[in-house]
Structures are given as C-alpha cells and as structure tokens.
Design a protein around this ligand. Structure first.
Ligand code: NAP
Length: 352
C-alpha cells in the first residue's frame, strides 16, 4: 500500500504545503503527493506546472478534466479517485466543513485535516501545544488552528505551562492587529485601520475563543479575551498581549522560557516588514515555520503581569502543524513524527 498525501486547494496555504510534501516526501515516508485544483485558470498555469514538474500529481473534478487538459495540464486522476487512494487528506480551502460529509463517507483515508476557518471540523491542533491531546484511532478529523491561534496558544504554553497539567495563567488579553490581505491575494485591501466588533460575549473575538477551544482538549478552561483590528498592510499580523500569572515572574525567566522553545522565535527587530523579509530571504516559499516571533525590546514585566508584542508567521505555523498532523495520522508515533519532520526543521528559527 502506498502512503499518499492528498491536498485539496492550491491557494495561499495549499500551494506551499503541496511543495513541502513533494520536496521532502522521501524523507517523510510519503510515496505520492496528489492535489485537487477546482478552477482551471490560465493565470494559475505556471505554478501548477512547477508543482507537477517536482512530482505532485494533479486531480480535478471529472467535469473539469477537459478544461485543464485544454490549458496544457496533465490530469493524473479525478478528485474522486484521488480521495479513494489517499492515506490522508489535507483540506486547504475555506470550505472544509462543507466537504466533511463527503469525507465521512470515504473508507480509504486514515484521516482528514482542515484549516483555521473551519471551526468544528475536528479536534483543534497546533504542533507543540496539544500533541498529547490527540488520540490515535479516534481523532480522524483535525482542525489546524489559524495562524493567530497558533501564536496565542504557543505563548501560553511556552510561558505558563508548569509541567504536567499545571498552568500559571490567570488571564490572557490579546489585541490582534491583522494585515488586510496576503501578498498572494488580489482583493480585500483596505485604505485605513478598520476595527472589529466584539461579537463573542465571553471571548471578544474568535481569536481568544479558538485559543480557549484548543486548550479545552487539554482540559483547561482559561480566561482569555481578544480584540481585532485590520491594518492597511500586507505584511505580518502583529499581536499585543497581556498575560496575568498566578505566581511571581521575572524578566529573566520569561526570556529563558522563550529561548528554550524551538518553535518560538525572538527578535530585536521592531518592524514587521523586516521580519517578513527575513522569511523571504531565509524561509521555505518565503515562510518561516516558527509559531510566533516575540519582539524582545517590547517585553515588560509588571508584578505578576507580562506585556509585549509579537508577530505572527501567518501561514508558516499552520504549515508546520498541517505536516505534523498529517504525519501523525499516517503513523501516530510522536517520536517518528519528530524524525520525519527533520527535513523542514531548518526553517524553525529561534532568532530573527
Ligand atoms: N492565508 C493564510 O495566511 C492562512 C493561514 C492559516 C490558515 N489559513 C486557512 O487556510 C484555508 C485556505 O485559505 P487560503 O488563504 O489558502 O485560501 P485561498 O488562497 O483563497 O485559496 C483557496 C483554495 O481553495 C480552493 N477552493 C475554494 N473553495 C473551494 C471549494 N468549495 N471546493 C474546492 N476547492 C475550493 C480554491 O480553488 P480554486 O482557486 O481552484 O477555485 C483555492 O485553491 C482557510 O481555512 C484559511 O482560514 C490561511
């Protein structure tokens, strides 16, 4: 039996993920990488051809095969066939929840993953935050949490986890300053900062709600609150945070903890564009895979409270968790997953 990863969607998150699995499939123990593209577009031709030249196989819906072939693409199979052959399916569309019923009817794949917008698709997961919550044979549906949820939950896990089930978090408050759109996107840019309303009576915005939901998989019920504002930039999301602790903390201890986590990057750079361009110069597909980039000069301890800013490596952190989650579904042995992740570890920067 071949081990096959099938990726649905070729957008901002799908494309680099297809690239990652294709480039490193041998070292990850994957035999074949297939992907589904829905819409045949001449403007997408060059990037699809590049993925296929590296070994990824194109699948599309049966009624679109001819359209793709007319564009000059080699269609290797229909989407139906690709789903039936797949060992694991990673949905990278904003329609994962719509597709769930179709996935549930399949008996071939061992598991399915969807992305940040698809709340409720499956158990929320972020690499290194709640690995121990995944149950082999039971958690066949995972939701890879959004980029900002990765950032928030990684901060809490890194700074407040006291070992075993203990956390020293009293309360966490976050202001998510989001970029208007991704550099790959044509629409959605805004002319000026645009504030979001608090539509969740307990959590403010979905960012704190999603982070809370992830920690419920570890039986934690944290007091979290978030606000959001969209900024007229295409660079990285930034987060202002305030963490309240149940014990005394020191600046030195905070630094030690941040530096001890291989999935946390720290930086002295205060401008998002400079951190972003570090990713362009030293990343994979321009991405760093770290979960958060904490800006050291902004950290301030006041009594039992910590204040600071961090940047969110937008899709990089979701890519890492998508790969880790898929490898776990293929073989749910975390030591083995760690080993199979080794080819991409070089893009987990601890200092930027
Ligand atoms: N962008 C980020 O930074 C980021 C970060 C973390 C998580 N995510 C999450 O990743 C998911 C995808 O976001 P994205 O930014 O990658 O989106 P995107 O760039 O707009 O790409 C979406 C892709 O999904 C395909 N698609 C859309 N609707 C579909 C449907 N009903 N059936 C089949 N294919 C469909 C599109 O195919 P066609 O173009 O061929 O029609 C396209 O390839 C979302 O859940 C998002 O929350 C995004």
């Amino acid at each position: 039996m071949k081990t096959i990863v099938h990726i649905v969607g070729t957008g901002t998150i799908g494309e680099p993920l297809i690239g990652l699995f294709t480039d490193f499939r041998d070292r990850m123990g994957v035999d074949e990488v297939t992907f589904h593209k829905r819409t045949p577009l001449a403007s997408d031709k060059s990037r699809l051809e590049h993925l296929m030249s590296r070994g990824a196989l194109l699948a599309t819906d049966s009624d679109r095969v001819e359209d793709f072939e007319r564009l000059g693409h080699k269609v290797s199979m229909t989407h139906e066939e690709a789903l039936a052959r797949a060992t694991v399916v990673i949905d990278c569309t904003p329609a994962g929840n719509q597709h769930k019923e179709m996935y549930q009817a399949l008996d071939g794949p061992r598991g399915f993953l969807a992305q940040g917008s698809e709340f409720g698709f499956g158990k929320p997961y972020a690499r290194g935050v709640n690995d121990e919550a995944l149950i082999a044979g039971k958690d066949n549906f995972l939701q890879i949490v959004s980029c900002n949820t990765h950032n928030i939950t990684t901060l809490i896990r890194t700074l407040c986890h006291e070992g075993s089930d203990e956390y020293s978090l009293e309360k966490g408050v976050f202001v998510c300053m989001r970029r208007a759109n991704d550099i790959t996107q044509e629409g959605g840019f805004i002319p000026a900062p645009s504030v979001g309303k608090h539509d969740d009576p307990r959590f403010g915005t979905h960012h704190a709600r999603d982070a809370h939901s992830l920690f419920t998989t570890l039986d934690r019920d944290f007091d979290l609150f978030s606000s959001a504002v969209k900024l007229n930039t295409q660079y990285m999301h930034s987060i202002w945070f305030q963490l309240g602790f149940t014990r005394d903390i020191t600046h030195e201890e905070i630094l030690e903890r941040l530096k001890a986590n291989a999935r946390v990057a720290v930086t002295d750079k205060k401008h998002a564009n400079v951190v972003f361009s570090f990713g362009r110069d030293h990343g994979y597909y321009g991405r760093i895979l770290s979960q958060t980039v904490v800006v050291l000069p902004t950290l301030q301890v006041r009594g039992r409270e910590l204040y600071g800013f961090c940047f969110t490596p937008q899709d990089g952190n979701s890519l890492l968790s998508s790969v880790a989650g898929a490898l776990w579904m293929i073989d749910p042995d975390w030591e083995g997953v760690r080993e199979r992740l080794s080819p991409i570890r070089r893009w987990l920067y601890t200092e930027i």
